[in-house]
Design a protein around this ligand. Structure first.
Ligand code: ADP
Ligand code: 5GP
Length: 187
């Protein structure tokens, strides 16, 4: 089994931003592209950010047992990790990077055990989280309300992760994340 780094946090905490910075630094990383039944947002591309599937196609793949884990993260919107992604990345001899919700993070950590480093990204405050979701400018008011409603419960689960990183100043948060990952990879 190869190694894996998994990032979880409520939506808007900065996982995607931090992962993008780290991908430029760690050549050994490859991002696990999840499947989702939501529509692309902003500049997102199929096969790069997500595999965008219809709800029917997503369900068919669940029936065919193609997912390592999947969740209906928001009502009506499913996200999941395809087993084929893990195979693809390990065949290339790379370290898998996951960006998953908090439940998915717990399930993936259970599956990989010591071979995974689980990282929880915290916002400096709930107020800042709300500001970031709004300033991202990619979600409808309804989606923002759903995401904030879910975040309180998710934030309580931070202590179950191996490491927590407060994403206040981005460069500081990236540096701190780099340090813990380097230690884990070289162990
Ligand atoms: P997530 O992937 O966790 O949903 P994003 O990476 O999309 O979150 O970040 C949400 C928004 O917050 C984006 O607009 C991003 O540019 C911004 N952001 C991320 N980190 C910081 C930071 N440290 N300071 C200020 N804005 C940030
Ligand atoms: P977004 O719509 O903002 O891209 O993602 C919403 C939430 O779904 C985020 O918390 C993200 O981490 C999570 N997510 C993305 N892919 C997966 C996945 O494969 N499995 C699970 N369980 N959650 C995922």
């Amino acid at each position: 089994m190869g190694k894996a780094i998994l990032f979880s946090a409520p939506s808007g905490c900065g996982k995607t931003t931090i992962i993008k910075e780290l991908m430029q630094y760690f050549d050994c990383f490859d991002f696990s592209i999840s499947a989702t039944s939501r529509a692309p947002r902003g500049e997102e591309e199929n096969g790069r950010d997500y595999y965008f599937l219809s709800r029917e196609e997503f369900k068919a793949r669940v029936e065919r047992d193609e997912f390592l884990e999947w969740e209906e993260v928001y009502s009506g919107t499913c996200y999941g990790t395809l087993k084929s992604e893990i195979q693809r990345i390990w065949d290339a001899g790379k370290v898998i990077v996951f960006d998953v919700d908090v439940n998915g993070g717990r399930n993936i950590k259970k599956y990989f055990g010591e071979d995974a480093l689980s990282i929880f990204v915290l916002p400096p405050s709930v107020e800042v989280l709300e500001q970031r979701l709004r300033s991202r400018g990619t979600d409808s008011e309804e989606a923002i309300v759903k995401r904030l409603a879910r975040s309180a419960e998710e934030l309580k689960q931070a202590p179950q992760f191996d490491v927590t990183i407060v994403n206040d100043n981005l460069q500081r948060a990236v540096q701190e994340t780099r340090n813990v990952i380097e230690k884990f990879i070289n162990e």
